[in-house]
Design a binder for this molecule. Structure first.
Ligand code: MSP
Length: 637
């Protein structure tokens, strides 16, 4: 049985970041879960490469649109490779096959009378590729707030208005077509208000798929982009999709436009649309202008992709907004992965090596733990099925906690010392129980943390891959006595919070610069680091009065001053102000000096401080002075 799922296809006017990774990782997890259930699961992602934004970005770099998108599509493809995601189809909207599919869809809609030619006058947001109905010139885009542009042009229109009832029927008859419930309600409310026909072609844009027999028209990006879900698997018998996984901001396109296009063309509809929430950075929206976008590869490099996968799916309730922070990431990594699962694995396997020569002892295991494991498996699978990842993981971790407690209570290290049969049997049972629980937990977690699960799996002595495990294998007692364990190695070495965060942040700066270079942009120079008030207070700035001033022999720039700053003896200071101030003009004048500078010799004279003066590179220095009367020795701060 097939299971076909998709992520959105990402725009090629930005490089991949953690938001894109979030959806793609979740999709990869669902694919692995479906595979575990025995489906032939196929996952499509890709890039959305047409539209005026790309046209403009390419132009700004003196590249053709195709050259420009080639580079960024590759960047996305690489990103998923680096993160080890099990992508089956990577479809680009610039492929020939895709163009033919879009044109076919249009022809099918047209033949059935759902498309007509008309005049569009209205507001358009080029950033979101969105026609904004009812907006007046200058109104902001409802999605991004940027000003909309007024456009007047001949367009093809899709008769969306005719699909209101059919769409409402669809939402009614298939209550789980749009999930979660909040998104479903929003869509229903939107459709109930009435739908306006939708412009599906443009003449002002060149970079797009041509409309058949209309040399001046290219398809509106959403008509083009949504069709990718079909073109990616064209002729493979995989359509309709079982799931479109998307972010919440593009629900309308997926739950209103897309099913309407398909109904108009007499094509099967996708089974489900699930919209997850927004990933924020430290509770703030991530955006270019805020400069708070986080990328996934630095995390992959420092803690591994599984740390990121686990964090995203455990920390954020799938369907709701959630926040990413490095602190929380490292916190979860240490508490749940290093000390939780990692510790259970190394402790269990080490004891079996130590007490049973690395061979799984014969036993049925502890019946209470067996029962707890059976319940945890059922409940976790049920949660996974509903995409309640966080709850599923919580359930699995309570089983881990339970097994930990059981080991402590049984104290195998004590049993191992006793010589009697009963202790020997109890030790067998304890070790078997821990290992069997570890086997089940590891297999159940493989879709979420595939790389680490594979490592634990081979340490448990399995020769097949953990990805080959099916849900029917998750029952208690499958682990065979006598199985030889592999070598024990730490799967989640503990991470020093400060050090690992510093490393991730440093890599983040590098990755940002690398991506900017790929996008053909230069990275603005880093700001000079700021100093703290304590740094500033290290400089002792004092008010003094010039007691004596004289020219310095052999120099036309330097003056030798005696400055009283309220100390027993005046300071000897050599200052480069001779060309500007005659010596006699300085006597009796109040000045500011740096009083704690290392003394140094100039022209054989000791200078015990520095006079403050202001200048630009090529302007004469002007001494710092005061409008009010200030006492000698006063500190500047
Ligand atoms: N090209 C369209 C989608 C066309 S689908 C037929 C598009 N592209 S996008 O590059 O802007 O990607 C948007 C998607 O990326 C979101 O729907 C979501 O899946 C993911 N995310 C991007 N930033 C995100 C967050 N900050 N948080 C969560 N998901 C985010 O829209």
């Amino acid at each position: 049985m097939k299971y076909y799922l998709t992520t959105p296809i990402y725009y090629t006017n930005a490089a991949p970041h953690i938001g894109h990774a979030y959806t793609t990782i979740a999709a990869d997890t669902i694919k692995r879960l479906k595979t575990m259930q025995g489906f032939d699961a196929v996952l499509t992602t890709g890039t959305d490469e047409h539209g005026v934004n790309v046209e403009r970005a390419a132009e700004a770099q003196g590249k053709s649109a195709q050259e420009y998108t080639d580079v960024i599509a590759e960047e996305f493809r690489n990103q998923w490779n680096i993160l080890g995601l099990a992508i089956d189809r990577f479809e680009r909207t610039t492929s020939d096959r895709h163009a033919r599919c879009v044109q076919d869809l249009f022809i099918r809609c047209k033949e059935r009378g759902h498309v007509y030619k008309g005049q569009y006058i209205g507001q358009y947001c080029i950033f979101d590729n969105l026609y904004v109905n009812d907006a007046k010139p200058g109104d902001p885009c409802p999605e991004c707030g940027r000003p909309t542009e007024t456009v007047t042009e001949e367009n093809y229109f899709f008769r969306l208005s005719a699909f209101q009832d059919k769409l409402l029927d669809l939402y009614n008859s298939q209550p789980d077509f749009i999930q979660p419930e909040t998104r479903r309600n929003e869509v229903i409310a939107f459709v109930r208000q009435g739908l306006q026909d939708l412009s599906i072609s443009r003449t002002a844009v060149k970079w797009g798929i041509p409309v058949p027999n209309e040399p001046n028209h290219v398809f509106y990006v959403w008509f083009d982009a949504l069709t990718t879900y079909m073109s990616a698997v064209h002729g493979e018998g995989l359509w309709p999709a079982d799931l479109h996984l998307i972010g919440k901001e593009i629900v309308r396109f997926h739950a209103v436009y897309w099913p309407a296009f398909l109904m108009a063309a007499d094509l099967p509809l996708p089974k489900k649309i699930f919209a997850h929430g927004w990933l924020l950075f430290e509770n703030d929206k991530m955006s270019k202008s805020r400069g708070n976008i986080v990328r996934a590869t630095p995390i992959h490099n420092v803690l591994g992709t599984d740390a990121l996968r686990y964090f995203l799916l455990r920390e954020v309730v799938f369907g709701q907004d959630g926040s990413f922070s490095y602190d929380a990431l490292v916190g979860r990594y240490n508490s749940d992965l290093a000390n939780g699962l990692g510790n259970l694995a190394s402790r269990t396997l080490t004891m079996i090596h130590q007490y049973r020569g690395g061979s799984i002892p014969p036993s049925h295991g502890d019946s209470q733990i067996a029962e707890a494991a059976t319940e945890a498996v059922a409940s976790a699978l049920d949660c996974f099925e509903k995409f309640e990842f966080s709850k599923a993981l919580e359930t699995i971790w309570s089983l881990i906690g339970r097994v930990d407690k059981y080991i402590v209570e049984r104290a195998p290290w004590k049993l191992a010392k006793a010589e009697d049969d009963e202790s020997r049997q109890l030790l067998d049972e304890t070790l078997y129980t821990a290992a069997e629980a570890l086997r089940i937990v590891t297999a159940l977690l493989a879709p979420v943390i595939p790389e680490s699960a594979e490592k634990i799996w081979s340490q448990l002595g399995f020769t097949h891959k953990v990805g080959e495990v099916r849900t029917r294998d998750l029952h208690w007692g499958k682990l065979a006595a006598g199985q030889s364990l592999g070598t024990v190695r730490a799967v989640f070495p503990g991470a020093d919070p400060k050090l690992s965060i510093e490393k991730m942040r440093a890599r983040e700066v590098e990755e940002y610069a690398r991506q900017q270079a790929v996008l053909g942009k230069t990275v603005p120079k880093q700001e000079e680091p700021k100093i703290t008030i304590d740094d500033f207070l290290k400089i002792d700035l004092r008010v003094g009065v010039v007691k004596e001033a004289a020219a310095v022999k052999g120099s036309d720039k330097l003056l030798h001053l005696q400055v009283d700053i309220g100390e027993p003896k005046p300071r000897s200071i050599v200052a480069g102000i001779a060309g500007v101030y005659p010596p006699e003009a300085l006597v009796g004048r109040k000045v500011a000096i740096v009083a704690n500078l290392q003394p140094r010799k100039l022209k054989g004279l000791e200078s015990q401080g520095m006079i403050l003066a202001a200048s630009l590179e090529d302007t004469p220095p002007a001494l710092v002075s005061f409008l009010e009367d200030v006492p000698i020795g006063a500190r500047l701060k």
